[in-house]
Design a protein around this ligand. Structure first.
Ligand SMILES: [Cu+2]
Length: 127
């Protein structure tokens, strides 16, 4: 009887420790994701183009010369960002992948997705 109780107690202790460590891990993981997302947003909020549901947001982004623009694919299908004048072309962007390009001269840069050419948008770069 005593032995069984002890075994049960130590099992409960184990289960408790296990649950605590799981909770701890879950918390750390959540923290990590939140921090990553947060810092990413703060760094370049206005210089981001988000790809959602087969469209670029914003469709027109106006920036000063020297700005680095980052495209982020939030779709569950791949996209390729291609400038109409071929000044920049991204690799295939899978879900949550990013592509950045720094605009060093003024002008209007139209671009589209080479996989889905109906997806179009532009970057206006001013001095
Ligand atoms: Cu696409």
């Amino acid at each position: 009887m005593k032995k069984i109780l002890l075994a049960e107690l130590s099992l409960m202790t184990l289960a408790f420790v296990f649950a605590v460590s799981l909770t701890g891990l879950g918390f750390v993981e959540k923290e990590g994701i939140a921090q990553t997302a947060g810092s990413g947003k703060n760094q370049s909020d206005s210089n981001e183009v988000n790809i959602d549901n087969f469209s670029f947001t914003p469709p027109t982004l106006t920036i000063p010369v020297g700005t680095r623009v980052t495209w982020i694919n939030h779709d569950d299908v791949p996209h390729i960002i291609m400038n109409t004048d071929k000044r920049f072309v991204s690799p295939v962007l899978d879900t949550d992948e990013r592509f950045s390009y720094t605009f060093t001269s003024a002008g209007t840069y139209t671009y589209y997705c080479s996989i889905h050419p109906k997806m179009t948008a532009r970057i206006i770069v001013h001095e």
